[in-house]
Design a protein around this ligand. Structure first.
Ligand code: CMC
Length: 382
C-alpha cells in the first residue's frame, strides 16, 4: 500500500530545497563558503565573532557605532538569573553538557517569555540574550560539575576571551583569544544543515526563540552532525600512531566504517573551514608543540585522499576543530557546546528569515503500512 503522493521520496531530503535564504552560500565543488556574500576565510582573518553575528542577523556589516552598541548589549546580558544557575546545579554532573545547554536554553524561555515573535523588540532582545548567555551556561555547567563555583562573566572581555575566562579563570593569551574567536566565526552558519532545518521547522510553528534554539541544540548533538568533533579525537587515539594510519584505514574501509570528520553532503572537496582550522592548529602548535593526534590526523588525511578522495570524501569542519580545542586545553565534551554557542547566530538569523515569510512546515510522507486492519479483541489475539 502506498499513499497518493506523486513526489519521489528523497532520503535525507537530498537536493530538496526547503527554504529561500540569503544568509549563507556554499559552492561544494570549489570549497567556497560565504556569509551574506563574504568569504568565511576573510571573516575568520579580519572579523570578530560579534561582528559576524551582526552580519548574519542583520544582513550587512555593522558600522562602528552599531558594532559598539551590539557589543555593549551582549556584554550586559551575560549574567544568569540565580534560579537558572540553581537549575544548572541540579543537573547530573555525569550528563553531557549539550543536554545541560539544551535544558537551560529551554528554561530561559520561562524566564523571558517571548510569545510575541513578530515584534522586532522581542526578536532583538531574545537574540541578544541567547547569544550572550549560552557561553555562560556552558562554562557554568562545566565548573559546577567539577564541584567548582561558576565564574561570573567579565564585562571588560570580548565574547571569545570572556568564554575562555569563565572556563579557566584566567584570560587567554592574545593568540589563544584569536584562535577561539576564529573558531566561533567558522562555526556560526552553514546553510540548510540538520540543526538549522530543525530551527526553521520549530520557528515555522511561531514557537518562542528559546524553543527554536533548544530544538536546534538537540539536533546538533548527534555524531553525524556537531557531535562528530568529539568522535574524531577518539578515533585518532584509537589509531594511536602515525605508522598505524594506513592499516587502520584499510580495515575501516573494508568494514565500511565511517571515518569521523570526513565527508559532507554538500562539499565534494576539502571543507574550506577545515583548511582554516588546520592553519589555526598549526599556529597554536607553534607555541605549544605539535601533538601526536595532529601528526596522525595529517597522515590520515593524506592516506584517505587516495582511498576516499575519488568518492569526494574529504575532511570536514569537525576534523581539525577538536584537535585545536584539545590543544587549548578544552575538554572533549565541550567541543559540541562550543559549536552551539557559535551556531546560535546562524540559527537566529534563520529564525528571523523564516518569520519574514512564514508558512508552517508540513511535508508529505509515503505511507507504506497496512490499511483497513480489523480490530481483534485482546482475548482472541494469538
Ligand atoms: N567515511 C567513509 N565513508 C563515508 C564517509 C566517511 N566519513 N562519509 C560518507 N561516506 C560514504 C558512505 O559510506 C557512502 O558510501 P556508499 O555509497 O558506498 O554506501 C557514501 O559515502 C555516501 O555517504 P552518506 O552517509 O550517504 O552521505 P550523506 O550525505 O548522507 O552524509 C555525512 C554526510 C556528513 C553524515 C557523512 O559523510 C558522515 O557520516 N560523516 C562522518 C560524520 C561526520 O564527520 N559528521 C560531521 C559533518 S560536518 C559538520 C556538521 O554537519 O556538523
Amino acid at each position: 500500500m502506498s499513499s497518493e503522493s506523486t513526489t519521489a521520496f528523497k532520503p535525507g531530503l537530498e537536493g530538496v530545497p526547503v527554504a529561500e535564504s540569503a544568509i549563507s552560500f556554499i559552492d561544494g565543488k570549489r570549497a567556497r563558503l560565504e556569509y551574506r556574500g563574504i568569504a568565511v576565510e576573510v571573516l575568520a582573518e579580519e572579523s570578530c565573532f560579534e561582528e559576524t553575528a551582526w552580519l548574519l542577523l542583520k544582513g550587512k556589516l555593522p558600522t562602528q557605532k552599531e558594532l559598539a552598541d551590539f557589543d555593549h548589549e551582549l556584554r550586559h546580558h551575560r549574567r544568569l538569573k540565580y534560579k537558572l544557575l540553581d537549575l544548572i546545579k541540579c543537573l547530573p554532573e555525569t550528563g553531557h553538557p549539550m543536554g545541560a545547554l539544551q535544558a537551560a536554553v529551554a528554561a530561559m524561555g520561562m524566564f523571558y517569555p517571548a510569545r510575541d515573535v513578530a515584534n522586532p523588540k522581542t526578536q532583538w532582545e531574545s537574540a541578544i540574550r541567547l547569544i550572550s548567555k549560552m557561553p555562560t551556561i556552558v562554562a557554568a555547567f562545566h565548573r559546577l560539575r567539577h564541584g567548582d563555583e561558576a565564574i561570573p562573566p567579565r564585562d571588560d572581555l570580548d565574547h571569545a576571551a570572556n568564554f575562555y575566562y569563565m572556563l579557566f579563570e584566567r584570560e587567554p593569551s592574545p593568540s589563544v583569544r584569536k584562535v577561539m574567536d576564529a573558531c566561533l566565526i567558522l562555526h556560526a552558519e552553514h546553510t540548510m544543515n540538520a540543526s538549522t532545518f530543525s530551527s526553521r521547522v520549530t520557528a515555522s510553528t511561531l514557537a518562542e526563540p528559546y524553543a527554536v534554539v533548544s530544538s536546534a541544540i538537540g539536533t546538533l548533538m548527534g555524531p553525524l552532525h556537531g557531535g562528530a568533533n568529539e568522535e574524531v579525537l577518539d578515533m585518532l587515539s584509537e589509531i594511536g600512531s602515525v605508522e598505524n594510519v594506513r592499516p587502520w584505514l584499510e580495515k575501516a574501509v573494508a568494514t565500511k566504517r565511517k571515518i569521523m570528520g570526513f565527508g559532507h553532503r554538500v562539499y565534494k572537496v576539502k571543507d574550506p573551514r577545515a583548511t582554516v582550522l588546520q592553519k589555526l592548529a598549526e599556529y597554536v602548535f607553534s607555541e605549544t608543540g605539535t601533538p601526536l593526534s595532529y601528526r596522525i590526523a595529517v597522515e590520515l588525511e593524506r592516506a584517505a585522499a587516495d582511498v576516499l578522495g575519488p568518492k569526494g570524501i574529504y575532511p570536514n569542519v569537525d576534523f581539525y576543530s577538536g584537535i585545536v580545542y584539545h590543544a587549548l586545553g578544552i575538554p572533549k565534551d565541550l567541543f559540541t557546546p562550543i559549536f552551539a554557542i557559535s551556531r546560535v547566530a546562524g540559527w537566529l538569523a534563520h529564525w528571523l528569515e523564516q518569520l519574514k515569510n512564514n508558512r508552517i512546515y508540513r511535508p508529505e510522507q509515503i505511507y507504506v503500512g497496512e490499511r483497513d486492519v480489523p480490530y481483534i479483541p485482546i482475548e482472541k489475539r494469538t
